[in-house]
Design a protein around this ligand. Structure first.
Ligand SMILES: Nc1nc2c(ncn2[C@@H]2O[C@H](COP(=O)(O)OP(=O)(O)OP(=O)(O)O)[C@@H](O)[C@H]2O)c(=O)[nH]1
Ligand SMILES: [Mg+2]
Length: 442
């Protein structure tokens, strides 16, 4: 495999930039460009930081160099890293020099891909690492760090091993029928599969929360015109973001704003007031509002508490009947008229009870019950693989005639599906696609 190099820190100016080389010639290339008095008559020691000079054509860069000897490196190959002053042009020059010596430019995620191919991390761990890097909330960071530490990998591997072992002992009884009872072994396989099914289903069930941990809870703010949806959005995010007027139909387009609350992301979507309208633009806006209702996890159904519910409100309520809905009775600073036992009286104008809405969102979506010591499936790819492994297990357990051949074939299928999560059986195109989404130099 070729020796690759790339700048591993973000492009731009900063305190330090790191240029990384990985592959068979990493050490040779690194040493040929680096002058350090200490290294004149001695070998370079792995994991030691050396201070020296990197020779550029017209300049000398005083920098640090570190060597990681294969297989004890991030990629599992020989790796050399230069820690240089963080100038964009300077880093590019250092990289050029390394390329001149025979290294090739690493593609996006190529260091990580090599780490995966060399068994340094599983595919799910690599994906979780990127998720950690991209984290924008405590919840996402905690959940992805658990995954990045191989907790999913270990669970999946254990289940795969259990299934494989039980199949192996079944095969032994078939080879030596005098030793054991075949039926007992078949029953053992069934027990192992039932246990696996239970564990996998529990994991699969975490995806609903897992998705919210990763992407946030989607909350649509819905209501007829002028009830104060945009005012409420502004109050919830603590910023004057949406236009507010006393003209009905002010909001034409949906507007999404995210906040962090108790470590979780909440994505609020302000929508156009829903009503019958002849205005072409407003009609599109209303269509978008309806789409937001369908796509969100929970709805803030905003009503004007100073008025009774009218026909428009009631029509809208019907539209929400299959959704999780929080009744938000806005304008509580005005004389109250609307009585709803399950309503939350708030005022977007003076801020009354705004935080209660946030708590209610967490409660109703059960996101207040997140236990970070537990593993959450946050990645759709893992979820899909779990789903098809679960289906295959169910199929075997439902077989009327439980022959060894059927078990053998089905178990291989289950094993294969589970292997897609860890990458063991994932096909090359999927692997390439995953790593191509990684950052340059990662
Ligand atoms: N008194 C009082 N007035 C409010 C409150 N919230 C909003 N309003 C007023 O209600 C009017 C409509 O507010 P918006 O936030 O634009 O209402 P909307 O639901 O977004 O309206 P559309 O975008 O037209 O659908 C404005 O005049 C606001 O000042 C509140 O809590 N109390
Ligand atoms: Mg509005």
């Amino acid at each position: 495999m070729s020796t690759i190099a790339q700048i591993s820190t973000p492009l731009g100016s900063g305190g330090i930039a790191i240029v990384r080389i990985s592959g068979e010639s990493a050490l040779e290339i690194g040493r040929s460009l680096f002058y350090c008095k200490k290294l004149q008559n001695s070998d370079i020691l792995p994991r030691m930081l050396y201070l020296g000079d990197f020779e550029l054509d017209d300049a000398t860069e005083k920098c640090m160099m570190v060597y990681f000897k294969a297989p004890y490196s991030f990629t599992g190959e020989d790796v050399v890293e230069f820690q240089i002053h963080g100038g964009e042009y300077l880093a590019a020059k250092v990289l050029d020099k390394i390329l001149e010596k025979g290294a090739v430019l690493a593609e996006n995620g190529e260091f990580s891909k090599r780490a995966f191919l060399n068994g340094k991390m599983s595919l799910d761990e690599a994906e979780a690492t990127i998720d950690m890097i991209m984290s924008t909330s405590d919840a996402q960071l905690k959940a992805s760090s658990k995954l990045a530490h191989g907790n999913l990998y270990k669970t999946v591997k254990e289940i795969q091993d259990n299934i494989k072992d039980s199949l192996a002992s079944l095969e032994v009884t078939l080879d030596y029928p005098e030793h054991d009872d075949e039926q007992t072994s078949i029953d053992d396989v069934k027990t192992v599969l039932t246990n696996a099914l239970d564990r996998l289903q529990k994991l699969q069930d975490t995806f609903s929360e897992g998705e919210k941990i990763r992407f946030g809870i989607d909350v649509a703010i819905v209501g007829k015109p002028n009830v104060g949806k945009s005012s409420l959005l502004n109050a919830l995010i603590g910023e004057d973001r949406a236009i507010v007027t006393n003209i009905k139909g002010t909001t034409r387009d949906t507007l999404k704003e995210t906040i962090n609350y108790q470590g979780l992301k909440i994505n609020f979507i302000d929508t156009a007031g829903i009503r019958d309208s002849d205005d072409a633009v407003e009609k599109i806006g209303v269509q978008k509002s309806i789409q937001s209702i369908e796509e969100s996890d929970i709805i803030l159904f905003v009503l004007d508490s100073s008025e009774d519910m009218d026909k428009e409100d009631k029509e809208l309520e019907k539209l929400l009947k299959d959704k999780k809905v929080i009744y938000v009775l806005n304008k509580s600073d005005k004389k109250n008229k609307l009585q709803l036992p399950n309503g939350l009286y708030v005022s977007a104008m003076n801020g009354e009870n705004i935080e209660k809405i946030l708590d209610e969102i967490l409660k109703r979506t059960r996101m207040d019950k997140i236990d970070y010591s537990q593993l959450y499936i946050t990645n759709k790819r893992h979820y899909e693989a779990l789903k098809s492994a679960i289906n295959s297990i169910k199929q075997v357990l439902e077989e009327k005639i439980f022959t060894t051949d059927i078990i053998d074939m089905q178990i291989k299928k289950i094993w294969q599906k589970l292997g897609e999560i860890t990458g063991e059986t994932a096909n090359e195109a999927i692997i390439d696609e995953i790593f191509s989404k990684f950052c340059l130099g990662k």
